[in-house]
Design a protein around this ligand. Sequence first.
Ligand code: PHE
Ligand code: NA
Length: 449
Amino acid sequence: MVERETWATRTGFILAAVGSAVGLGNIWRFPFVTGEGGGAAFLLVYLLFVALVGFPAILVEFVVGRKTERNPVGALIELGGNAWKYVGGIFIVTGFVILSFYSVVAGWFIRYFLEGLRGSYASHLAGYEDAAAEVGEPAALLMFGDLSVGLDAFFFHTIFMAVTIGVVALGIRQGIELAVKVMVPAIVVLLVGMAVWVFTLPEAGAGYEYYLSPEFGVIADNWMELLPAAAGQAFFTLSLGMGVMITYASYLGEDRNLAKDGTAIIGFDTGIAFLTGLVVFPIFFSAGITEPGDGGPGAIFVSMTEAFATIPGGHLIGLLFFGTVAIAALSSAISLLEVVTAYVIDEKGVERWKAALGMGGVIYLLGVPVTYDLIFLDLLDGFADGVLLVFGALMLVILVGWITPKLAVRELEKGIGDLGSLGTAWIWAIRVPILVVLVVTLALGVVEY
Ligand code: PHE
Ligand code: NA
């Protein structure tokens, strides 16, 4: 076997993990599932889930990866025994399913970026005004309907997968570490700028209210839908439940403080999602869209083109925005393909470039139907987030909580020092309350699906 690569720099790991976490989950998926979940009620359940389940769960993946220095399948076999290869197999399937639709959505961002190169967003929207008046829908919604399916979508899905495969084929050092360094700061700057501008919109107040002021009655009445939706979003956005963080931590030295790194990664990811919401909902209400749930997967495109058509300099900001998100999506896509590729390399002894090309090719084909009809997006996305990721997280919690707890605590303590009763608290948190929440969430998710 070849010597396993490790991260080239001390910050390589955290950058790559943030790069995986920050992506379409924050900027595309978060606003529309928040809209579908009714706004603030969803936000609250989601935030609770991130803090109470996401944080302990990211530590679980970190210790499993760093301890075994293996891909997720190999790691599970090493810790749990041979039967765990089936659970690992589900991780690989999850990676396939998520990346297939992820690439199509990322392609939309490339498309919107290029649309900006061809002319201003205002001029594009103007082209849809007449049709929009006829059907009584916002022009930006019609534009999205036009660009999101068909030959265009197919073409940009192809481009995006080709680039993803290329980066993964080159390997950890040259590919992934380099790709992430620039864009996380870029996204933060752009979103903060947008959030400040949005503040000046006429109906901003209604947007903030919808997004930030939860009615507890709504949560009590709807928890059976809110819980699996919020859990799915939390795992998806944090790249949890399918072994990404296992894989990335497997390239890691023992001196990292995993709790600190986990906090930073989760903090970044949550901050960016939250900021996106602060931008999207005021725009929605100011554009006369008072049922944000109706935006669907187009929510971010609709709200942003509205904005970029209006603000001074919107053309340029729009180009920057869509371009940056496409790159952020790339670093997440890389992590998805990396899990699958690392598995084939480690367990089947295939060369890296062949593994990346073979697996990437199959994923690409799986995504093609999505470019014809968004119904496939719904199907794949719902299954992956509502069921597969929750299942994966549940299995890991069982493994670490009940089968290898001592080993896990010892691994976590490397780079931190003696955890004392905190270690025990972590284990007992995942053993019972988190396990129960995950079982309930999974059951609700299966029913929902
Ligand atoms: N976390 C990524 C995002 O928010 C998506 C992702 C999910 C990446 C699962 C890897 C694994 O866009
Ligand atoms: Na994310």
